[in-house]
Design a binder for this molecule. Sequence first.
Ligand code: MRU
Length: 337
Amino acid sequence: MRWHGDSLELLDQRLLPVEEHWITAEGAGGVAQCIRDMVVRGAPAIGISAAYGVALAARHAAEEQWRAEIQQALEELGASRPTAVNLFWALQRMKRVFEECSTLKGAVARLAEEAVAIHEEDLAANLAMADHALEAMDASSPLSVLTHCNTGALATGGYGTALGVIRRLHEAQLLEAVYADETRPWLQGSRLTAWELARDSIPVTLNADGAAAAILAQGQVRWVIVGADRITANGDVANKIGTYSLAVLARYHGVGFMVVAPSSTVDMSLASGADIPIEEREASEVRAIRGIPLAPEGVNVYNPVFDVTPADLIDLIVTEKGVVRKPSRETMAALFS
Ligand code: MRU
């Protein structure tokens, strides 16, 4: 995303990898629409965009009713997607700043500053997580990893969470191969992760989601590395649908399972993953791709777009604040009390 001080441009992720098209978001309502429609997606990127949306609301607000307009923007952005807690975390930060402002002029300046800070802090967190992860992996020779969904620069303030770790492994010449699940139904893996890695000349092998078991059974992959949309107080992790099955496979095959996410993804107010609202999206995402039917018209579809991986299947949760090994209520509280 590109912030110009008075406008926000978003790379339309729906069109990748075919077309690189930037959209100028029209005010807070436009940003909310872009989040809902997946022009921008990925937990941290949703939070950052929403913060810029609030800044835009201040910029466009009328002097007589600026408070009501910003309040409405906070509500509209908060209703855009339910699962990634980064959205609510970012809006909470923006709301706190908004409540301290006594003039519209002050709000315009301070809300923009706060949104930029959220963006910059996310990028810094990505870089710190890559450091922590490499230290925790303690790899002395090149290794192969498998990842799911897209957790790269497109999904964050830049660099990436799980993909940031993969980038760092590559930079350190410790990456033998990276398998990218295509990530049905929205295909974040094939459309976005493969695109990002290929652009950065990081050799990537794309696989159908159903091939992951066979790949892990071959014994080459040492780590499954994924991102997260919400991590609860007991260490359960909501992430892109299909993550849970990868965690089961990893445990069965003796492969490490690592979750990489900034602390803005941690929601200590929820006791367990059972409390996380899981978004379900339209049937058309499963029935068709770009309007081309893949199933009989009107077939019944179940399309939850996230699942919850229980903490006891996770070896490491890596955040910028440090690493939680064997996540549990106790180990989570030790880092996020
Ligand atoms: O539906 P999406 O594409 O927003 O889902 C994205 C994911 O599940 C990512 O793995 C998660 O947000 C982490 S992104 C750094």
